[in-house]
Design a protein around this ligand. Sequence first.
Ligand SMILES: O=C(O)CCC(=O)C(=O)O
Ligand SMILES: [Fe+2]
Length: 400
Amino acid sequence: MDTECLAQRQDISSMIYLDTLLFEQITSEFKKLMSKGAMTSSLNVTYDWFIKFHEYIQNDDRWEVMRNIVPISVQDIKDDPDRITEEHQKAIGTIQKSLNGRVRDYVTLCFRSFIKEALGIPTNFIHDPTLLEEIKEIGFTKLPDLQDEQLNKIDNFLRSQTIYGGDNQEDLTPITLDDAKAHHLGHIQTEDLINSIDVLYAGTDPVFLSIAENYMNHPVIITNIQSWWSFPGHKEAKNAQFFHLDLDDYRFCKGFIYLTDVDQNSGPHCYIPETHKFDTILEAYSNASDKDEYINWYTETLRKTDEDCRHYLNRDFENITGKRGSRLMVDTSGIHKGLLPVEGKRLILQFLYAQTAYTHSPVELIPFSSFITDQPEHIVKHFEHPTVQYALQLFVDFSA
Ligand SMILES: O=C(O)CCC(=O)C(=O)O
Ligand SMILES: [Fe+2]
């Protein structure tokens, strides 16, 4: 069978793939933060997490193969901390390229066992089985809307934040909302977002966490929090406004909240159903007349055209519209984009729920005491839960 043949052809150990751009961005931020001498940064959390993980796989023979997939030792990490990101990034790309579900399941099981057995973090939240089934089957699901009171608090906070123009997070030019329209996107910085307890609550809201942890089958770590405006008035799409897939971790999903009404014209998130499954990608491989060209398109073409997606995948695109307050959970390892708005701007808040602690841009941690004082008891209880603290460990110092 074609699929069998592809899995064999793509020998996992012989392929080296590194998302150089992402790797360089993350390591340069690590270095910036280190040179500032940040006392409590998420760097420490990342190192601790990986040192424990690598000790775990050394001491348990079930994970012998894992040692070859990520061939670094605890000593290597201590000598050269950047290798954490480098080696894991390489392994993620290699698994994605191999389209080998068995290898990915094995790796995922290894991380799951580590989190549950070695770290002892409990899963917590009851999920809606219909929604879980939907994201498993098609790659995304719409969740119940955020309630008005919470929505308004987040909205007010986001609208009071500095916006940085440019089309990616690195262009740090503060501008007004009006000026920002000259760009495709206007970002609010993660460092600013984490000052809001409402943002932190929204990311760990049981509605999101229940689906994320049951989709991944273990407690999740939030490795990125982002918010940005997308503006109309541009002729051409740019960057993530073209179809692409994310390689943010071995397994991950993203929670989105629309802060503006999003219709067909105001830049809805667009997803090609079932492309998060290797089986779908392998089926398209079987159907492709030029198999090398197809594999090259899937694995190497960063920005994919609508025409190519239609040609290779032969599936409808789904534009996910929704009013202000809509929430989605999406496995963006499937093929997706944010449509270029034609009319009307879109404000979005996004959380990345990951399996490991490695692909985040480090920030200085917010002391827990600085935002929890004077909060009502149910909020305090929420943030005291180990699953919530585990999810937020790259942003909040719960010991301070
Ligand atoms: O803007 C969107 O809807 C999608 C952005 C995107 O590609 C992502 O968050 O991974
Ligand atoms: Fe994306």
